[in-house]
Structure formats: structure tokens, C-alpha cells
Design a protein around this ligand. Structure first.
Ligand SMILES: *Cc1c(COP(=O)(O)O)cnc(C)c1O
Length: 523
């Protein structure tokens, strides 16, 4: 353990100012952590196993001649490495996570407890159906709740994320058009839409036509009418839209779309703003995905599992992917179950193995049952209230994108208030990191210059919002008073400074190569 190198990577912060340089690269209790390959040795292991008995190798010349190069660490070294890395992370359990269009709300621990019940947590997708009747009944029950909340008759539960739900919904639309003997080739997508909308349409071979939005990001029904033609398969619309505003013309838009023989796809990622208040089915929606990991508080981010069930209107219900469960009889068992498209079925088939994300289903239903419909309605109201509190509390210093107009669940600012300061939206976001906050969503939606999209969700207390607001006000004043260095060099206090994210994405270095001669254990 002697010659473990001292941290060599660029010391994170504190190079400016009066802070001392430490010998370790650590800063107080913030430990500088190297790659596991740098701290591990390839000739040792954390477990002490007896020599294997002599075996006759049957691998012949395929036998490995040199060590595989995996880092060997003792158990405490391995534990420390991963715990330290986890401490560099920021999550909803650490503090406010105001990332717009993401609904980063608290994941109630009750839900976690339910998801770990052995009857849900330990089952296997290949178990015979008769041994998992309770899990199947839970899927049916959750789909009944989703059906109630959306006002739509059928819920395809299997899609595994919002984008996957979009794909499933558009596949159902394509299948429905096919069943009518039509091949339409265009999908209309408003300019401020989430990138997954045009990507999904393009993946299915549709030509995406961008629908210009009004200044406030909303869609003009007249513009929709102009673009509709017998070649338009669907319109994809987000409501509330990605600018955080409710689409007021949504019913007229749905009617126009239907009159042209097309389908109305709603991106339901922002459902958290309207649960218990508005049923999308009543607005004329034909298909809408629901991000359980946003609206219904199941964990997301960091590559964790999502779940994106799709609500389908009566006209699209026959095209439901399999497997599905629906309805329940007197004792709560599903009355309708289909594993394979039967003869004559119009089902679009299977879009993923098995039944979807069981753990997410359990969490979402636990959230619904513990809140009740009144609680979910209140959560939506509080989410909208919190966003408006932030908008109103910052709008004298920062520029709200749509003036005094109240927002839904997220507050959107543009960068006009930074004009002349030499500070950009990105600089401002990086300075928020120094304050201990995850930044808001920046530069999205694209229709707003230098956008800053803040979604506090209902989980934040007034105290937490007030602290967030006070920090942003402090930063905004610093920006306006010309304290440019605070922003241009930010973050000063994070484990790493600014990373070249574009370069990292374009030229990923996925292989670690040792810089010096290979180290041996110092035992
Ligand atoms: C999050 C989001 C999506 C995509 O959902 P994923 O679960 O990340 O695939 C689509 N549209 C909008 C508006 C979103 O916010």
C-alpha cells in the first residue's frame, strides 16, 4: 500500500484565492478519488481463496497468458472507492433538483418498501402465470388507475420509458392507419417539443414537419389547420407544453386533427401539472405516454429504470401491444389477459420482453394509493404553486420568458436579463453548482433564447424554495454588479471544474491506459 500515487489529476478547486493546496488533493472531507485502475493492483485480489486443485486445462492454446488487467482491491478499498464516488453525486435525496421537464420529485420510502416485498421484488418474469397472480393483478389495478386519471380506456403498460411509450403510441397509430388501408407519411411536431418526439416519428419512417410555435411556445390552431393534409398521420403535442404553459386551444386542435383523419398524440411527460384536474381523454387525445418515473414518483435519472405506459383511445385500443392485463373480477384478479396476439387480433405485437418494469409499477401504485385522487390533485396544485412562487420571486431580477403570465409546473426565464454582463446562461448554471444546487435545465426549450427552465415540483417545502430563491437572487445581483469572475470560472467548489462535454461526447475515451510503468504491489 506504500506507493499509491498521490492524486495527480488537476486539483479540482481552490487554485484561486487563499485556499491552501493540499498534498493529497483532498479538500477537507471532500476526498479526491482516482480511477479504480489507478488505485487497484492487477496481481492481487480482495478475497483469500485456497489454491485451486490441479486441473487439466482443456483450453489448449486459448489459455490466457497474461493477467487480465482487472484492478484488485481489498474489500475496504473497494468499499471506500464506491462510497466516495457516491458522495460526489447529487440526487433528489441530496437537495432540490430543479431540472425542468424532468419532474425530479421525492421518491417516498413507503414505495421503496412495497417494491421490495418478496412477492413483488423476488419474482421472475419466466415464472408460470399461476404463481404470480398477485403481481398481474397489481398491473391490472395500476392500469385501471391510469385509465381513470387519463380518461382513456386502454393502457399499454409495457413500454420502459417515455420515449419508448412514444414509439409504442406512434406504432399503434401507424397500425390503425394501416388497418384503414392508409399510408400517411407526415408527423407534425411543434418547434419547442422534446427531442424524443421528432426522433420517435423519424424512427418509424415518418417525415417530421416542424410546426412553428407562437412566441410563448404554444401551438396555433390556425397553423395546425394549414398544415393538415391527407398525408398527415399524427400531431404530437405536449400539454402543458415545454414552455410550462397550458395549450389553451387543445380541444380545437384535437378536433382539427381528427377532422383530417389523423391521430392526436399527446406527450404526457408533464402530466404532473394536471393530474386529477384534467383528463387528457376529454381533450381528444388518442395516445399519450405517462412517465411513471416523473409524475408518479418512481426513481429516475442516472440510468435507472423508467416506465412509460401509454394510454390509448378506443380507436387505438385494438392495437395494444402484448402482453396485457385489463380489468379485474370481484376478487381483484385480471379478467382479461393476453400473452400473444390471438387469431384475428390487431395487436401490434410485443414491444419488449415480459410485462415492463414491475418495480416501477409497484412504486407508482403505492404512490397513488397513499395519495388518493384528492392527494394527487393537491400534488399537482402544489407543483404549479411552487413554480409560480419561484417565477414571481425572481421576475424582478431575472426575465420570465412570458412576462407576468402564470406558468404551470415550471418557470421559464430567458437570458435577456444577462445582456451586457458578459455572463451566459451556462455560466449562471455553473455558479449554481457552487451554491450546492443542481442547475435548472438550460438552453431548452430551444424557442427561448438562453432558456432557464426551473421545475421545483411539489416536494419542496417553502423553506427549501426560499433558500433556493435567495441564492438565485444573490447570484443574479452579483451578475448584474459585474462580478464576472465568479461566473466565468465557476464552478470553483465542485470536485471538477468545467468539463469539455462536447469533446467528451464526440471523442469518447473509453479505454484507460496507464500513464507510467505498470505498478506492482508494494507488499
Ligand atoms: C422526459 C421527457 C420525455 C422522454 O421521457 P424518457 O422517459 O426520458 O424517455 C419526453 N417528452 C418530454 C416533454 C419529457 O420531459
Amino acid at each position: 500500500m506504500l506507493d499509491h500515487p498521490v492524486a495527480s489529476p488537476t486539483p479540482s478547486a481552490g487554485t484561486a484565492g487563499t485556499e491552501p493546496q493540499t498534498f493529497t488533493g483532498n479538500r477537507g472531507l471532500a476526498i479526491e478519488e482516482m480511477l479504480i485502475f489507478e488505485i487497484g493492483r492487477d496481481d492481487t485480489t480482495g478475497v483469500d481463496l485456497p489454491e485451486p486443485p490441479r486441473v487439466v486445462s482443456r483450453l489448449g492454446k486459448l489459455e490466457r497468458a497474461a493477467p487480465i488487467g482487472l484492478p484488485g482491491l481489498s474489500e475496504p478499498e473497494a468499499v471506500r472507492h464506491y462510497v466516495r464516488l457516491s458522495q460526489k453525486n447529487y440526487g433528489i435525496d441530496t437537495g432540490i433538483f430543479p431540472l425542468g421537464s424532468c419532474t425530479m420529485k421525492h421518491n417516498p420510502r413507503l414505495n421503496e418498501r412495497m417494491a421490495r416485498l418478496p412477492g413483488f421484488g423476488d419474482i421472475h418474469p419466466l415464472q408460470p402465470l399461476s404463481t404470480v397472480a398477485g403481481a398481474v393483478a397489481l398491473i391490472a389495478e395500476l392500469s385501471r388507475w391510469l385509465s381513470e386519471l387519463t380518461g382513456m380506456p386502454a393502457i399499454a403498460m409495457t413500454p420502459k420509458a417515455g420515449a419508448h411509450g412514444e414509439l409504442t403510441g406512434l406504432m399503434a397509430i401507424k397500425a390503425a392507419l394501416g388497418a384503414r388501408g392508409e399510408r400517411r407519411s407526415v408527423v407534425l411536431v411543434p418547434e419547442p417539443a422534446h427531442g424524443t418526439n421528432p426522433a420517435t416519428a423519424a424512427l418509424l419512417g415518418y417525415r417530421v414537419e416542424a410546426l412553428p410555435a407562437r412566441a410563448d411556445g404554444s401551438v396555433d390552431v390556425e397553423e395546425v389547420r394549414k398544415r393538415l393534409s391527407p398525408d398527415v398521420a399524427a400531431l404530437m403535442l405536449t400539454n402543458p407544453n415545454t414552455c410550462g404553459l397550458f395549450e389553451r386551444d387543445v380541444v380545437a386542435i384535437a378536433e382539427a386533427v381528427h377532422a383530417a383523419g389523423a391521430y392526436f398524440y399527446a406527450d404526457g411527460a408533464n402530466f404532473n401539472a394536471i393530474v386529477g384536474k384534467v383528463r387528457p381523454g376529454d381533450l381528444g387525445v388518442d395516445a399519450m405516454h405517462i412517465n411513471l418515473h416523473k409524475t408518479f414518483s418512481t426513481p429516475h435519472g442516472g440510468g435507472g429504470p423508467g416506465a412509460g405506459p401509454v394510454a390509448l383511445s378506443a380507436s387505438l385500443a385494438p392495437f395494444m401491444p402484448v402482453p396485457y392485463v385489463m380489468g379485474s373480477d370481484a376478487v381483484g384478479l385480471p379478467s382479461h389477459y393476453r400473452e400473444h396476439p390471438g387469431p384475428g387480433s390487431q395487436s401490434l405485437g410485443r414491444i419488449c420482453a415480459f410485462h415492463g418494469q414491475m418495480g416501477m409499477f409497484v412504486r407508482a401504485l403505492a404512490y397513488m394509493l397513499s395519495h388518493g385522487v384528492d392527494g394527487m390533485r393537491q400534488a399537482s396544485e402544489d407543483a404549479v404553486l411552487n413554480a409560480n412562487y419561484i417565477r414571481a420571486s425572481l421576475s424582478d431580477l431575472m426575465s420570465p420568458a412570458f412576462g407576468e403570465r402564470p406558468c404551470m409546473h415550471e418557470a421559464l426565464f430567458d437570458d435577456s436579463w444577462l445582456e451586457g454582463t458578459g455572463i451566459t446562461t451556462l455560466d449562471f448554471a455553473k455558479a449554481m453548482t457552487d451554491e450546492g444546487f443542481h442547475p435548472m435545465t438550460v438552453y431548452f426549450p430551444l424557442v427561448v433564447h438562453g432558456a432557464m427552465l426551473i421545475e421545483p415540483t411539489e416536494s419542496e417545502s417553502k423553506q427549501s424554495l426560499d433558500q433556493f430563491i435567495a441564492s438565485l437572487r444573490g447570484l443574479a445581483k452579483a451578475a448584474k454588479s459585474g462580478d464576472v469572475a465568479r461566473f466565468k470560472d465557476a464552478p470553483h467548489l465542485a470536485p471538477r471544474r468545467r468539463l469539455d462535454e462536447t469533446k467528451a461526447a464526440r471523442e469518447p475515451r473509453l479505454r484507460w491506459t496507464p500513464s507510467g510503468p505498470h505498478r506492482q504491489a508494494a507488499e
